[in-house]
Ligand binder design. Structure first.
Ligand SMILES: Nc1nc2c(ncn2[C@@H]2O[C@H](COP(=O)(O)OP(=O)(O)OP(=O)(O)O)[C@@H](O)[C@H]2O)c(=O)[nH]1
Ligand SMILES: [Mg+2]
Ligand SMILES: [Zn+2]
Length: 323
């Protein structure tokens, strides 16, 4: 007979506080209470057992916490059910998934109009990750003063056509920032995009109190005693949060199921159930409605190119995992 271990906890309880997890460093979590204070907190024993069984605390989680007695520190006693999450599958067929940020309203993908040169195929990968997590996205093209407005609009027209809001901003010329401000206020957003496109500059310009480091690789900020793992959430002065998600950059290991990929391209959706074969991969089958839409110019050939590359890549990853 196996005995279920009993968790013995003190029964004296102080008042419960509501909080949001901003970051995690080596088993210690930085939790912001609804009064705006940030406390280093640890998971209570019973929650540790829960976390062994698969439900793991993540940055962005809403929690209940308790101030321990006699300097015992703050303890997280409860994880409030999530409304959404940005998660990746664990590799190698291992059970479960890794949640990068919980309770997100949107993903904001930032690229530069130039310097560094934008790679639309990489932008597509960021958007696919958001779609795979059923999260809304918006695209920000910063450093827009470096190119003409016409060329910027033409270059990213595919994204507007696919239904994504596209913002053209310049921190240098202070343009496009007000509309972006409105889009971020009061919401929890994950900020992603390649290094050097001006993500930190944008945030500092929108929210002067944030003081994020500019012109440095953001991951190197965390060179303390512990390394911050994963995302870090920054509270916004007018309500809402922006999460910096370094992990979003390594798109290849995200672990999407290849059959779910067509649905991650919103402009494919009217066509994916019109193909001759129900299990059409939209790569080379006869009677494929997606390929027909690309040939007629209804669907962007460049976006389709991203799809086919990603599909082949994901099929190969899947084969490796199943070995
Ligand atoms: N020309 C121009 N340069 C900008 C603009 N916004 C930011 N920069 C510059 O771009 C460089 C990189 O900016 P960061 O804000 O550090 O970029 P980041 O995206 O946060 O980079 P990581 O933290 O490494 O991911 C800095 O030298 C900024 O001054 C802009 O609108 N126009
Ligand atoms: Mg940065
Ligand atoms: Zn098809």
């Amino acid at each position: 007979m196996t005995r279920i271990p009993r968790v013995i906890e003190r029964t004296i309880e102080g008042p419960l506080h509501a909080g949001r997890v901003l970051s995690g460093t080596g088993g210690v979590w930085q939790v912001r209470t609804d009064t705006g204070e940030v406390h280093d907190s640890s998971l209570r024993g019973r929650l540790k057992l829960v976390s062994d069984s698969g439900v793991k605390l993540s940055v962005g989680d809403n929690v209940k916490l308790l101030e321990g007695e006699r300097g015992a520190g703050w303890m997280i006693t409860e994880i409030v059910p999530r409304t959404s999450q940005l998660a990746r599958r664990e590799p190698g067929g291992r059970a479960g998934e890794r949640v990068v940020v919980a309770n997100l309203d949107q993903v904001v993908v930032v690229f530069a109009a130039a310097n560094p040169e934008p790679h639309p195929r990489m932008l597509d990968r960021f958007l696919v990750i958001a779609e795979a997590n059923s999260l809304a996205s918006r695209v920000v093209i910063n450093k827009s003063e470096l190119v003409t407005e016409e060329s910027a609009r033409a270059r990213f027209a595919d994204y507007e056509a696919a239904g994504y809001p596209v913002h053209f901003t310049s921190v240098k010329k202070h343009t496009g920032l007000d509309v972006l401000h409105v889009a971020l206020d009061g919401k929890t957003s994950a900020l992603s995009g390649p290094s050097g496109v001006g993500k930190s500059s944008l945030m500092n310009s929108l929210y002067p109190g944030l003081n994020l480091r500019v012109g440095e690789i953001s991951e190197s900020v965390n060179k303390g005693r512990h390394t911050t793992v994963g995302a870090v959430m920054h509270p916004l002065p007018g309500g809402g949060y922006v999460a910096d998600t370094p992990g979003l950059r390594e798109v290849g290991v995200w672990g999407l199921n290849p059959v779910d990929l067509p649905d991650c391209f919103p402009e494919f959706r009217p066509f994916i159930h019109e193909c001759r074969f129900g299990n059409c991969s939209h790569l080379s089958e006869p009677g494929c409605a997606v390929i027909a839409a690309v040939k007629s110019g209804t669907v962007s050939a460049a976006r389709y190119d991203s799809y086919s590359r990603l599909r082949v890549e994901l099929e190969e990853t899947e084969k490796r995992w199943s070995k």
